[in-house]
Design a protein around this ligand. Structure first.
Ligand SMILES: NC(=O)C1=CN([C@@H]2O[C@H](COP(=O)(O)OP(=O)(O)OC[C@H]3O[C@@H](n4cnc5c(N)ncnc54)[C@H](O)[C@@H]3O)[C@@H](O)[C@H]2O)C=CC1
Ligand SMILES: O=C(O)[C@H]1O[C@H](OP(=O)(O)OP(=O)(O)OC[C@H]2O[C@@H](n3ccc(=O)[nH]c3=O)[C@H](O)[C@@H]2O)[C@H](O)[C@@H](O)[C@@H]1O
Length: 465
């Protein structure tokens, strides 16, 4: 079956870029991305490509090429579902903040809403693709809703998790290491649905990189991939603390172990802690699922990855406080970076939020500069934690539009995100404008520490004595 019309529910960080690339690579397929958030859809349709709701290098060109040709963004959800032969569900699946499983399980209310909408709006057979990251066996519930709430039409459910990383989304989509498609391999209908989706991706992904599995393996592989990646970061971060007391150097240790082809060199960069919308959420979900099957040791094993990450963020904040003579009250501390990694405007679960919160609890004056994150987002990230009231947050936390202004008259500068531009700043000028002793806390190990020390800075770097 050749697909001609695709609908994607959810125009977020995944739905937007993923569908833009499908539209770019498959000009004969009409791709409509729908969302009930009018502001988000308006931003996707904005004439000025700088106003797209997601910042990703190269995304603007892909959207410019396909939008209006075969790529459309709309709030008319039912219409798009009705027209499409294949429907991707790419909605948010955050950690539950209430009730059973609070703080661990994935909140699947938006998934269920999608399933019910698809069931109601469909009067022809459809292939429904889980693009969101979901707990293993979610397809069972989705199938049950579609089969029982629908109009008697047939649905095939596929799992097609997304592995793109933010900041490199377009590159990752263009040259995916693999595309994973889980489906019902035991039935003719299931195999046809899998082949239909393979047909979409094979426009640009070599066939041997498109893996097909059963649905449960596909669902679980996504959680597992994120858990493995996050575990590598927590492992190297655990060792960074040991380096600091033994005079080993974490970057040297990373290089030495990464040269072993069985270990590999990627994801071994020590940091102030991993962030992002998914690592923590997906591991907590894995922990919850394991516990719900009574697998206590499995759950405890993975939970340690999160505990280590929390420890890393906390000890960075404590290091700043200790180095500023155990009091930061009323002291200006500059934060360079707020996004959870470079080349994205996404701040979800960013380490910066938690380090700032720790310092604000000590009544520090934190001044933030980030090249892509806007002021209201930064304030809302801190308010969301509810550690203080909004007024207090606004008096303690300032957002600067100029990095030199953020650093002026500060006691310390902390690097929270590894933006490349931070390396190119005039650090002598920054030093001259700061209170002395001027201190730098490099939470990403990106600056030239010897050069900073020559200027006169006191430097703390992760995993360095
Ligand atoms: N952000 C990332 O880099 C990655 C995310 N994922 C997974 O992809 C899924 C989506 O993540 P993001 O795109 O980051 O989320 P997001 O929050 O940026 O976007 C989700 C969008 O879905 C919309 N939505 C929710 N329910 C809806 C409904 N019933 N009808 C219409 N629109 C609806 C929301 O308004 C929102 O705009 C999650 O399961 C996530 O775990 C997977 C790989 C990478
Ligand atoms: O499911 C998801 O959401 C995605 O999660 C991650 O992608 P992402 O969170 O966008 O970014 P990463 O590059 O994985 O970085 C995550 C965090 O780990 C940190 N990190 C990463 C690598 C490293 O060596 N050290 C380190 O501290 C980053 O700074 C960042 O805070 C995965 O890499 C993607 O494959 C996955 O699709």
């Amino acid at each position: 079956m050749k697909i001609r019309k695709i609908c994607c529910i959810g125009a977020g960080y995944v739905g937007g870029p993923t569908m833009a690339v499908i539209a770019q690579k498959c000009p004969e397929i009409k791709v409509t991305v729908v969302d009930f958030n009018q502001a988000r859809i308006d931003a996707w349709n904005d004439e000025n490509l700088d106003n797209l709701p997601v910042y990703e290098p190269g995304l603007d060109q892909v959207v410019a090429e396909a939008r209006g040709r075969n790529l459309f963004f709309s709030t008319a959800v039912d219409k798009a579902i009705h027209e499409a032969e294949m429907i991707f569900i790419s909605v948010n699946t955050p950690t539950k903040t209430y009730g059973e499983g609070k703080g661990q399980a994935a909140d699947l209310k938006w998934i269920e809403l999608c399933a019910r909408q698809i069931a109601a709006a469909s009067d022809t057979d459809k292939i429904v693709v889980e693009k969101s990251t979901l707990p293993v066996r979610t397809a069972e519930a989705v199938t049950d809703i579609l089969d029982n709430a629908g109009n008697g039409v047939k649905f095939q459910i596929l799992s097609n998790p997304e592995f793109l990383a933010e900041g490199t989304a377009i590159e990752d989509l263009h040259k995916a290491d693999r595309v994973l498609i889980g489906g019902d391999l035991n039935t003719q209908g299931g195999r046809e649905a899998i082949e239909a989706l393979v047909g979409v991706y094979s426009h640009w992904i070599p066939r041997d990189r498109i893996l097909t599995t059963n649905v449960w393996s596909s669902e679980l592989s996504k959680l597992t991939a994120n858990a493995y990646l996050a575990q590598r970061v927590s492992s190297i971060n655990a060792l960074s603390e040991l380096c600091e007391v033994t005079e080993a150097d974490i970057d040297e240790v990373s290089r030495a172990i990464g040269a072993d082809s069985r270990i590999g060199g990627k994801f071994l960069k020590a940091s102030v802690g991993f962030g992002g919308s998914c690592f923590q959420k997906d591991i907590l979900n894995l922990v919850y699922i394991s516990r719900s099957y009574g697998l206590t040791e499995v759950a405890d094993y993975w939970e340690q990855v999160i505990k280590m990450n929390d420890h890393q963020k906390g000890r960075f904040a404590k290091k700043i406080i200790k180095s500023l003579y155990n009091t930061v009250s009323g002291k200006k501390i500059a934060f360079l970076g707020w996004a959870f990694k470079k080349d994205t405007n996404d701040t979800r679960e960013s380490a910066a939020i938690y380090v700032a919160d720790h310092l604000l609890c000590e009544k520090a004056n934190v001044h933030v500069f980030d090249p892509k994150v806007k002021a209201p987002q930064i304030q809302s990230d801190i308010n969301y934690l509810q550690s203080r009231n909004q007024e207090e947050n606004e008096s303690l936390l300032s957002i600067d539009t100029d990095p030199y202004g953020a650093c002026r008259d500060s006691h310390a500068v902390a690097i929270l995100t590894e933006w490349d531009e931070f390396k190119t700043y005039d650090w002598q000028k920054i030093y001259d404008s700061m209170l002395k002793p001027a201190q730098v806390f490099d939470g990403r190990n990106i600056l030239d520490h010897d050069a900073l020390r020559t200027i006169g800075f006191r430097v703390y770097a992760i995993g360095k004595a």
